[in-house]
Design a protein around this ligand. Sequence first.
Ligand code: SAM
Length: 279
Amino acid sequence: MPELPPLRDVVNRHGLLAQKSLGQNFLFDEQLLARIAAVPGPLKDADVLEVGPGPGGLTRALLRAGARVTAIEMDRRCLPALAELGEAFPGQLRVIEGDALKFDPAGLFGGPYHIAANLPYNVGTALFTGWLSGAAWPPRWQSLTLMFQHEVAERIVAQAGSDAYGRLAILAQWRASPRIAVKVHRSAFTPPPKVMSAIVHVTPAAMPAGVSARTLERVTEAAFGQRRKMLRQSLKGLPGALPALEALGIDPSRRAETLEIAEFVAIARAMSPANTGQT
Ligand code: SAM
C-alpha cells in the first residue's frame, strides 16, 4: 500500500481552502474514511463512481480498498492533488473535471458500478433523486453510499406514520433498500457544518410489477403536496386516483402519511395505463 501524506498536508500544500459556495466540508479522519469506504462491501477490482472527491480523502480510502475509481470534481483547484493520488495508485484512478449535475455517467462504465459521495446537500439530493427515478430498473449502479444531513437521512429511511415520512422515503424504498450505515458527527468535517450527517447505503430491490414510476411519482407528489389534508381532497385533481382508492378499499378520509408504501404502490398500479385500459 503506498505511503500517503496526511490529508491536512495535501490541502495546505495545494492551497485548498474550503469554499462555501461549492459546499466544501472536507473529511480528514482516515479511520472514518476507511469505514465509509467499507460500507458498499468488498471493492477489490470493482468500479466506483465518486462524485466530488475534493482533496481525495474518500478517494484514497476507496483506492486502498482496491476499487477502480472514476471521480468527477468541478473544483479544478483539486485536480493536482488528485493527480498525485492517481500516481500513487497507477491505473486505478480516472479524474473527470465537471459538474456532476450536467454529466451522464452511463457511458463511463462497461458493467455495473458502485456510487460513493460526500456532496453538498443540494447537489447530493438532486443526484440521489435522479439515480432513484426513471422507468428502467434495476439501475446500472449496484449501490449508493452517500453522505446526507442526518435529518435528510432520516427522511430517506422513514416509515409510514412518522413526521419524516414523505416522498423521499417512498422514492427510496419502493424498489430499493436504504439504511443509515454510519452517523457522522459535525466535528469530523473541516470546516464543521451546522448539523450532523449520516452515510446512507442503498441497494436496488425488485420493482413491483405493473407500476409506472411516473404514476407513483404523481400520486406521492399530490398526496404529500397537501400532507395534512385527507386523500379525497389531496388526490381529487389526479385522474383515476379516487376510483383507485375505492377499488382498493382505502379510506379516502386517511391522510398521506398514514399510507404504507405498498398502499401507494397499489394505487399507482390501479391507475397505470395497463390496468385502466388507457394508453
Ligand atoms: N469528498 C471530499 C471529502 O469527503 O473530504 C470532499 C467533500 S465536499 C463536501 C464536496 C465536494 O464536491 C467538493 O470538493 C466540491 O467541489 C464538489 N462538488 C460540489 N458540487 C459538485 C458538482 N455539481 N459536481 C462535482 N463536484 C461537486
